[in-house]
Ligand binder design. Sequence first.
Ligand SMILES: Cc1cc2nc3c(=O)[nH]c(=O)nc-3n(C[C@H](O)[C@H](O)[C@H](O)COP(=O)(O)OP(=O)(O)OC[C@H]3O[C@@H](n4cnc5c(N)ncnc54)[C@H](O)[C@@H]3O)c2cc1C
Length: 377
Amino acid sequence: MRTQVGIVGAGPAGLLLAEMLHRHGVDSVVVEKHSRAHVLGRIRAGVLEPTTVDVLRENGLAERLDRDGNVHDGVRIVRSGGGFLIDINLHCGKRFVAYGQTNLQDDLFAAADRRRAAIITEAADVRLDGTSIVFKTGRVDCDFIAGCDGFHGISRDSIPAKREYEKVYPFGWLGILSETPPLPEIAYCHSPRGFALASQRSPMLSRYYIQVPLDTRIEDWPDARFWAEIKARFPRDWADAIVIGPSIEKSIAPLRSYVAEPMSHGRLFLAGDAAHIVPPTGAKGLNLAVSDVYYLSRALAEYYRTGSMALLDAYSETALRRVWAAVRVSWYLTTLLHRFPDASPFDERAQEYELAYLESSEHAQAALAEQYAGLPL
Ligand SMILES: Cc1cc2nc3c(=O)[nH]c(=O)nc-3n(C[C@H](O)[C@H](O)[C@H](O)COP(=O)(O)OP(=O)(O)OC[C@H]3O[C@@H](n4cnc5c(N)ncnc54)[C@H](O)[C@@H]3O)c2cc1C
């Protein structure tokens, strides 16, 4: 096959890029190693920045999101003895939306089906050969390649002499999905027993997480133990409001920050998790995939319209500015809210006072609200 832009990976980055390029009249072919059912079955992110929602709306992808998404003014930080709202609407005049990545992925496949997009799934042994994507049963020759194949993909390996920045945190998140009504607010809980998060995917789908040691085995965490632990971490009034039920998914994710620079080499451009990952504390991973794709689709469209490589040449630098802003706030929130196993009494005291400062200062809250809301594109 021959196309203008070959896209590796049919996650949110890959499918959104294909959709946005189509709107600019640019052809693409998506090559995905898993089946569609597998891609759709992955339970991941669920908090969309206002900018992400705008991008989806502008591209005709927000019909269900506007109907079913749960709009929030801010997020609450709770701990024993109190809590406070990081009020994004108050400080930034913006709201964010809780909408599961699974739904977004489904919306993207539906849009691709409507325009009979070229998506090759279950492609085995995918590799890059110059500007071709080669797999077991075929190849796609392209003008450009977009590596949207996530953190464990193969595209990043084709960027020689890259600089890699990494921070591995000494804990993971044990998460469950349950068909129970979520708490009305998204609540980050700082507790002596470890961090916990109450989040949501829809009015009848709750997502809860607890911080766990890296060697935690999922089989040691039956639902009853999970619910007891999360209720022990939240202050009493919050714990009482958590509605428990059987989990329909349970997984452990290690926490890591990682950035590869540059995000391009020759005619290969990385977008989303292929280039960077952040701990989920800041709810930025999916949003960064969308902002990368925004910049990349704009640059490719400009090339096909005018022949100019200027935006493509600037892509890595442009995208990285936003990436590092998200990496920084995700690291800040992770450091602020978790119990670090190697923390000294000094570290713990400083963390307590940082939280107290954030609680008492409108300016500090406004700064965090701005970053949680996401910077403009
Ligand atoms: C367990 C978990 C929980 C998360 N929770 C949150 C959250 O709460 N908030 C948040 O903002 N973010 C969260 N994230 C991150 C968010 O889900 C990702 O940032 C987002 O999926 C990035 O989209 P992407 O398209 O770049 O990558 P992916 O979604 O990883 O998609 C990459 C695609 O490429 C395919 N692929 C891989 N290798 C190849 C290959 N060799 N050839 C062809 N195709 C290939 C994969 O199968 C996949 O379909 C979470 C991630 C995980 C894993």
